[in-house]
Design a protein around this ligand. Structure first.
Ligand SMILES: [Zn+2]
Length: 84
């Protein structure tokens, strides 16, 4: 397993993740998620947040911007977690 390649795949996958979810695709079925524990965890976090968002805003489809905001928030949390 080449970790550099795996990381590249993660970045590519995470870049398209908001679009994937926004378009109604089953992101959990994506081949990268099947192979990548990191992105499975990320997706689980996103789904938890998405579920909370549905409870808060049951009649509103989350705009694409929201996914970008959620994603950047998770990334900043991960970045601060790594810093510790
Ligand atoms: Zn990944």
């Amino acid at each position: 397993m080449n970790h550099d390649t795996a990381k590249l795949n993660c970045e590519a996958f995470q870049a398209q993740l908001p679009e994937l979810i926004g378009s109604g695709e089953n992101a959990a079925a994506h081949p990268h998620v099947q192979d990548c524990e990191l992105c499975r965890a990320l997706l689980a976090d996103l789904e938890t947040i998405a579920e909370a968002a549905r409870l808060l805003f049951p009649s509103v489809e989350p705009p694409a911007d929201l996914w970008a905001q959620i994603e950047s928030k998770i990334r900043s949390e991960e970045a601060s977690a790594h810093a510790n």
